[in-house]
Design a protein around this ligand. Structure first.
Ligand code: ATP
Length: 270
């Protein structure tokens, strides 16, 4: 990937199959992100206006970024990734220039997806305080709104944003033609945990004694990121035990699982 300060560009390699669970959400994203890019003629023929922006919200580590990347991969779109926190930390004027430049480059490289991680930092509600930090946010938000309105004419460019704090996002971004669609990305349920474990053990040599269903049952409240970590750590435990080990066994998974405590709580999930 090519990197200019604060922005990474590539066509991601992650595909829908690399994401466990979330079947309906993946289907929705196929329709609103992948189709308009891949079949833009069909949309024009029927006079259907594609969605310009999608806001993904939900707890950390539950695949918001991965979903955005998979959508870009499926559409074979250039993926421009910006971090809200990083934009916020730049010098006065620098972050607005970077935002504008990213939209310009995305238009040149179309089809493109522009992804904002920690979008609430850039798109925080306006008004209230007189602190200078708010002003940074306000300037960024107004640049973002201008750029999104400018997409009206552009074909094959979509903005995806992710946040853990959807309520902090300014309502102006929810107007038609901006973030038309807001999707909740939930923590994985039992079936999704099983699928995530399968994804992350796919390339591992695991022993016959491994029962992924059982592990899925025992990992309530684990996020996708934590399940991925569990698989990786189990491999490391196996190697620590015996550097010439040929498989990762159930007991290695158990050892790691017992040492982990999920970050999510029941209250957050329900
Ligand atoms: P954050 O809010 O912290 O940015 P996020 O919701 O964007 O988190 P990701 O960065 O997409 O989460 O996921 C973190 C890691 O967890 C990824 O490396 C991904 O492989 C793994 N992961 C999360 N959810 C799933 C899933 N459903 N299937 C497979 N892997 C997953």
């Amino acid at each position: 990937p090519s990197i200019t300060r604060g922005v990474t560009v590539e066509i991601p390699k992650v595909s829908w199959e690399d994401i466990g669970g979330l079947r309906d959400l993946k289907k929705k994203l196929q329709q609103v992100v992948e189709w308009p890019i891949k079949h833009s003629d069909a949309f024009s023929r029927l006079g259907v206006t594609p969605v310009r922006g999608v806001l993904l919200h939900g707890p950390p580590g539950c695949s918001k970024t991965t979903l955005a990347k998979a959508a870009a991969h499926a559409a074979q779109a250039s993926f421009f990734s910006l971090s809200g926190a990083e934009l916020y930390s730049m010098y006065v004027g620098e972050s607005e220039a970077l935002l504008r430049d990213t939209f310009r480059r995305a238009r040149l490289a179309a089809p493109s997806i522009i992804f904002f991680d920690e979008a609430d930092v850039v798109a925080a509600k306006r008004g209230g305080s007189s602190s200078s930090n708010i002003t940074v946010g306000e300037r960024l938000l107004s640049t973002l709104l201008t750029e999104m309105d400018g997409l009206e004419q552009a074909k094959g460019i979509l903005v995806l944003a992710a946040t853990n704090r959807p309520h902090a996002i300014d309502a102006a971004l929810m107007r038609p033609g901006r973030f038309d669609l807001v999707l909740y990305v939930p923590p994985p349920d039992l079936e999704a945990r099983y699928e995530i474990l399968r994804v992350h053990t796919r390339n591992m040599k695991v022993g016959d004694d491994i029962d992924l269903r059982r592990i899925a049952e025992d990992t309530e409240l684990f996020t996708g990121a934590e399940l991925e970590g569990l698989c990786r750590e189990a491999g490391i435990v196996a190697l620590r035990e015996n550097i010439s080990a040929s498989v990762v066994c159930n007991r290695h998974f158990q050892t790691v699982k017992e040492s982990l405590k999920p970050a999510l709580t029941k209250e957050e999930v329900n």
